[in-house]
Design a protein around this ligand. Structure first.
Ligand code: PLP
Ligand code: COI
Length: 356
């Protein structure tokens, strides 16, 4: 099996496109680096990985991913450190989550070491594409999809694993207005909510569009059974600061994506001596805390979103304005510390940085 003795063939581009890119004005997810990595799975084995020029791929019209949605992905970031090294943030955690998503979707797993090595090799190949301005990074998108040319419901026998990278700026350039969703559902216990699979995002588009038409950036999903408990948002996990405690919905239920950014936030909070509570968080608790002036901060945490301040929460016809962003000590401290660790200014005491 190729993964036992990993050799990656590199076919470099004839000419880089990097000079066409305005690194001072990077949109999110629209600029693609020169190369991509491709590794096929067939005959029960991973085939040799290749790094090739970034270009469109050909798919058979009956490719099973298109019809039945066997597709998973990850989102990670690489940064340029102060000393010129390249840092990939918590790559092993993404590798582990990718494996878990693959298992849930009946897809072949990629050993964590191999996943990280493939990511690192692609980032190394295009390392000149890593932006260095504030709030920018090289976004890394590993993904796996089913390629059987077959009509019928069964796990595919063939797959394509790919990775491409994008130099990106901010995903949410402004504080967020979010609406608590009490009718539609993102995930239900026993479903695929914990997996990072394409269908979760497809299913959320319609309710999110309804909220966007009403002037909200995103939804806050609630549990599917009672719509009483807060789960997460469309692209990020949710963290609250109430009475100086750091509170976030527990990931025990398999309905919430186990976010790596949120885990980092809570690890820092614990380390700094905050009281941290991961538990069920009811909508009522949050609305009461806002009304009583006890909710100090609310923010989303995610790889793309980074730390995204929430400015307004909508619930049952009322827009609740949250405390001014300027006074938000905890989320600002977290944001600064995460940046300091990624750039090498702060000690990486949790071993989050994979240097390549
Ligand atoms: N929840 C959802 C639905 C997401 O898409 C993301 C983004 O990856 C997150 C949470 C945050 O996860 P992470 O911090 O690992 O990026
Ligand atoms: C990420 O934060 O990496 C995500 O996957 C969110 C989004 C861009 C889908």
């Amino acid at each position: 099996m190729v993964t036992d003795n990993l050799e990656i063939q590199v076919k470099p581009v004839a000419e880089s496109r990097i000079n066409q890119v305005d690194f001072d004005n990077l949109p999110f997810g629209r600029v693609f680096s020169d190369h991509m990595l491709v590794m096929d799975y067939k005959d029960g084995e991973w085939q040799a990985p290749e790094i090739v020029p970034f270009e469109p791929i050909k798919l058979h019209p009956a490719s099973s991913v298109i019809h039945y949605g066997q597709s998973i992905f990850e989102g990670m970031k690489a940064y340029r450190m102060e000393n010129g090294d390249v840092a990939v943030f918590r790559a092993y955690d993404n590798a582990k989550r990718f494996k878990e998503s693959a298992m849930r979707l009946c897809m072949p797993e990629i050993p964590e070491e191999v996943f990280v090595k493939l990511v690192n090799e692609l980032v190394k190949t295009d390392k000149q594409w890593i932006p260095s301005s504030a709030d920018s990074a090289l976004y890394i998108r590993p993904y796996l999809f089913a390629t059987d040319e077959f009509i019928g419901i069964k796990p595919s026998d063939t797959y394509k694993f790919m990775i491409f990278t994008c130099p990106v700026g901010q995903y949410y350039p402004e504080p967020l207005r979010v609406k608590i969703e009490e009718y539609y559902t993102r995930a239900v216990q026993g479903g695929v909510g914990r997996a990072k699979t394409a269908g979760n995002y497809a299913a959320s588009l319609y309710p999110a569009r309804l909220a966007q038409k009403e002037g909200y950036h995103q939804l806050i999903w609630t549990d599917a059974i009672e719509h009483k408990y807060i789960e997460e948002s469309g692209t990020m996990n949710i963290v609250f600061v109430i009475d100086n405690k750091i509170i976030s919905p527990s990931e025990e239920a398999d309905t919430i994506l186990r976010g790596i950014t949120k885990r980092s936030v809570l690890d820092l909070a614990n380390d700094w001596g905050y009281e941290v509570e991961e538990r069920r968080v009811s909508v009522e608790e949050i609305i009461t805390a806002i009304k009583e002036g006890r909710l100090q901060e609310a923010f989303g945490a995610g790889t793309a979103a980074t730390i995204a301040h929430i400015d307004v929460i909508h619930h049952q016809g009322t827009d609740y304005k949250l405390p001014e962003i300027e006074g938000r000590e905890f989320s600002k401290r977290v944001y600064n510390e995460l940046n300091a660790i990624k750039s090498g200014k702060s000690e990486d005491k949790f071993n989050w940085i994979v240097r390549i």
